[in-house]
Design a binder for this molecule. Structure first.
Ligand code: FES
Length: 139
């Protein structure tokens, strides 16, 4: 089954940062995911928004720090390859960020991972305070 949900326009993924959204996993848990630029096709990757070393968001709300194609953990500075998710330095050395399957079609980034369902843009707690106040999500 291919259930694809449009997340955002590819052009909205910043060249030096990340686009954050929230998805629900198979167990009903909300999980933050970041879209980051990658030189390889299709130009963007999706990773679970958490460092593999400790419970630390890579994008805490202002976009992940990305330099030379690497995502930098804000807590201890380990760097993850934006394309492969691999880390070979610092505290998180030898680990790989959990990936989320996406595709790019007609300029849109689509969530195609059968383990996740798109919930909303922004972080887990951002569902009801968007700037446009047009959210239909209530708690
Ligand atoms: S929490 Fe990311 S390197 Fe330690």
């Amino acid at each position: 089954m291919s259930d694809a949900t449009a997340i955002v326009d590819r052009s909205e993924v910043p060249a030096g940062g990340s686009y954050r959204f929230t998805a629900e996993d198979a167990f009903g848990n909300e999980t933050e995911v970041i879209l980051v630029p990658c030189e390889d096709d299709p130009g963007v990757r999706a990773w679970v928004n958490n460092c593999t070393h400790e419970d630390q968001r890579l994008d805490a709300g202002r976009g992940a720090a990305i330099r030379d194609g690497e995502i930098i953990c804000p807590r201890h500075g380990s760097m993850f390859d934006a394309c492969s998710g691999e880390c070979d330095n610092g505290e998180a050395s030898g680990t790989t960020l959990p990936s989320v399957d996406i595709a790019v079609e007609d300029g849109s980034v689509l969530l195609i991972d059968e383990h996740y369902e798109y919930r909303h843009d922004g972080g887990v707690n951002d569902g009801d305070d968007g700037p446009g106040s047009t959210s239909h999500i209530s708690f």
